[in-house]
Ligand binder design. Structure first.
Ligand SMILES: NC(=O)C1=CN([C@@H]2O[C@H](COP(=O)(O)OP(=O)(O)OC[C@H]3O[C@@H](n4cnc5c(N)ncnc54)[C@H](OP(=O)(O)O)[C@@H]3O)[C@@H](O)[C@H]2O)C=CC1
Ligand SMILES: C[C@H](CCC(=O)O)[C@H]1CC[C@H]2[C@@H]3C(=O)C[C@@H]4C[C@H](O)CC[C@]4(C)[C@H]3CC[C@]12C
Length: 335
């Protein structure tokens, strides 16, 4: 594990001009051949009601009408983002920096984290630092939370986003890979949340778990990955219930994402899935917003994901066959 020394005040003040798009994802999203079924994407803000949860007697949950602008959402809040060196995690770090949050970022690659931290400080983060290390190491989660406690004396939001390398191919029979992926994509999430809970109870904060449609509907070529995402749903949905029963005001937001245009996802699937991925910048902002509003679940892109879940609840076999027929199966590489 390596700890950064890069932290401090922003190089320049945050520009408070960053606002939510008035209509998110207004263009057509062609995903898994479901576009015609799903219709035009619409903001999950337009679609969803508030699903605040885990409220004790204390703080009111912001309503959509009373919610501050995105620039104010997390001003001065202490936020951990895992998997922040690239993709959606990196974009979340930049949004949070513009909101003037305090940031602790994690991933394995120190050089990338250094650059992201520098950019966050330029964008207006109240402070930004990182810890590098692999989340398949059992000691890292506690080290990350100890760092938050020592630096900030508390924590407001934990965003769990990292994933280990998987691939998009037939299951190879490598059980060792499944075990390692479970450790990285699932067990470390549990360990991070467990270590964070005392501080989050104190601040009445939030846990945000980044998952996937592959954690609700199992398609081909993602067996180990899909298993880790189903596990997250099982664990965190159960934990959410317990927090509500115990009147602990810590929210848990599970983010169900479709295909997003991160480099790693496009590299892994574009030769098999011909659809247009949704933008990572907007996706990142929606995740932060859903966490701030203490939503139970985020579906992004909203129309595509919700339509898939609806079809799956009516006829799983129909959805499975739509998915299979929309893939370019001849391009799937065998390992
Ligand atoms: N992109 C998509 O289409 C979709 C993404 N999602 C979810 O969104 C989240 C982000 O995905 P995306 O941005 O595409 O992924 P990326 O591959 O772009 O980013 C993954 C992040 O995790 C870090 N990471 C990788 N291995 C480890 C490890 N062993 N220990 C700690 N950190 C690690 C990477 O940094 P480093 O290599 O430096 O460690 C990187 O910061 C994931 O939870 C994913 O499941 C869900 C549905 C669709
Ligand atoms: C294979 C990717 C992991 C990249 C790597 O090896 O480092 C996956 C990461 C996100 C996956 C996508 C996802 O979660 C949403 C869809 C789920 C469907 O069941 C399959 C297609 C997905 C676009 C899926 C494809 C693999 C990933 C890109």
């Amino acid at each position: 594990m390596k700890l950064s020394l890069l932290s401090g005040q922003a190089g320049c003040r945050a520009q408070a001009s960053h606002v939510f798009p008035t209509k998110l994802g207004s263009g057509p999203r062609l995903q898994w051949g479901l576009t015609r079924l799903a219709g035009t994407e619409r903001s999950s803000r337009d679609r969803e009601g508030l699903q605040g949860q885990g409220r004790g007697t204390a703080r009111a949950v912001p309503t959509l009408s009373s919610a501050p602008s995105s620039a104010e959402m997390l001003r001065g809040k202490r936020v951990i983002v895992t998997g922040a060196s690239s993709g959606i995690g990196e974009q979340m770090a930049y949004h949070l920096a513009r909101m003037e949050a305090h940031l602790l970022l994690t991933a394995r690659t120190e050089a990338k984290l250094q650059k992201v931290v520098e950019r966050c400080l330029e964008l207006g983060a109240a402070s930004a630092r990182y810890i590098s290390g692999s989340m398949d190491s059992p000691s890292l989660p506690e080290q990350v939370l100890r760092e938050a406690e020592n630096t900030w004396g508390g924590l407001d939001m934990l965003i769990l986003n990292h994933i280990g390398q998987s691939g998009f191919t037939f299951f190879s029979g490598d059980v060792g890979h499944v075990r390692k992926l479970m450790e990285t994509n699932f067990v470390s999430y549990v360990a991070l949340a467990t270590a964070a809970l005392p501080m989050l109870k104190e601040s009445e904060g939030s846990i945000v778990v980044v998952s996937s449609i592959a954690g609700k509907v199992a398609g081909p070529f993602t067996a180990p990955y899909s298993a880790t995402k189903f596990a997250l749903d099982g664990f965190f949905s159960s934990l959410r219930q317990e927090l509500i029963i115990e009147k602990v005001n810590v929210s848990i937001t599970l983010c169900i994402l479709g295909y997003i245009n991160t480099e790693s996802a496009v590299r892994a699937v574009s030769h098999v899935i011909p659809d247009t991925p949704a933008p990572k910048e907007e996706c990142a902002l929606e995740i932060i917003r859903a966490g701030f509003l203490r939503h139970r679940e985020l579906h992004y892109p909203a129309r595509t994901v919700s339509t898939m879940l609806l079809i799956h609840s009516i006829s799983p076999e129909l959805l499975n066959s739509i998915i299979r027929s929309s893939y370019r199966l001849e391009n799937v590489q065998r390992t």
